[in-house]
Design a protein around this ligand. Structure first.
Ligand SMILES: C[S@@+](CC[C@H](N)C(=O)[O-])C[C@H]1O[C@@H](n2cnc3c(N)ncnc32)[C@H](O)[C@@H]1O
Length: 235
């Protein structure tokens, strides 16, 4: 007998870290009955809540960029430092890495860079307003190489739908890089198929402004091939 899989929806709240300036937690609300369990939404629908970028960047000038999966924050710290005119949100669901990245950023940057600790997909889907982001950066995402784990890959149509919705109108860049040949081909197929998307520098892009990420430095030393592309979203 076929059984329908129903994916439960959960409450997720956004809160500033009490000790580390610039670190934001976007995490499950815990159930009052069992604090170990996340609380399901009463209606079973996504917990969408209005969000204003001023909450994270009170002085922003409307130029917002997002890095998906920042790791230890090497790219974010350097890029933020070079661009005082941009406001960049990094993201990392691992608490240790998110805090590590934020500490690194605090040493270098000018208050224009912050870290979201949480799942960036749900943050995009449930919080980020339409037409509010200038660019996305996604470097060396977890490749989930086994076929049965491909469903865990972040780059797929429901993610691209949120990227397209949140990017501002006009032509906007999505910077992509990986060392994983098969994930790269999978991603480029999705980009090619997505309405309004054009891969402009297919596997030929250099590190964005010459800034390498932590994983990239390691992989280049190992001599692995690196695939970088720039994808333009237009609407
Ligand atoms: C392989 S690391 C690459 C880190 C960094 N971009 C680099 O190139 O050095 C990928 C990172 O993405 C994070 N990550 C994966 N899925 C995520 C998600 N849905 N939301 C936020 N972070 C995520 C992982 O915790 C991991 O640190």
């Amino acid at each position: 007998m076929n059984s329908e899989v129903i994916v439960p929806e959960f409450y997720r709240d956004l809160a500033a870290d009490k000790n580390l300036n610039g670190l934001w937690h976007f995490t499950h609300r815990r159930s009052a009955d069992d604090p170990k369990k996340p609380e399901r939404t009463v209606d079973g629908l996504a917990h969408k809540e209005a969000f204003d970028w001023k909450e994270i960047f009170p002085n922003h000038n409307d130029c917002i960029e997002i890095e998906v999966g920042s790791g230890r924050g090497a790219f974010l710290a350097e890029y933020g430092n070079r661009h005082p005119e941009k406001f960049i949100l990094g993201s990392e669901w691992d608490y240790t890495w998110a805090a590590f990245a934020m500490r690194k950023i605090l040493k270098n940057t000018l208050g224009n860079t912050a870290m979201l600790r949480g799942d960036i997909f749900y943050f995009l889907r449930d919080r980020v307003p339409d037409n509010s982001v200038d660019a996305f950066h996604m470097y060396f995402p977890d490749p989930w190489p086994k076929e049965r784990h491909h469903k865990n890959r972040l780059l797929k149509p429901d993610f691209l739908k949120e990227v397209a919705r949140t990017l501002k109108p006009g032509k906007r860049n999505f910077f992509w890089g990986t060392d994983h040949k098969e994930y790269n081909e999978w991603a480029l197929e999705y980009f090619d198929a997505f309405p309004g998307c054009t891969v402009t520098q297919r596997n030929e892009a250099e590190p964005t402004e010459g800034i390498m990420t932590g994983f990239e430095v390691k992989y280049r030393k190992e001599g692995r091939p690196i695939y970088r592309s720039v994808i333009v979203f237009e609407k």
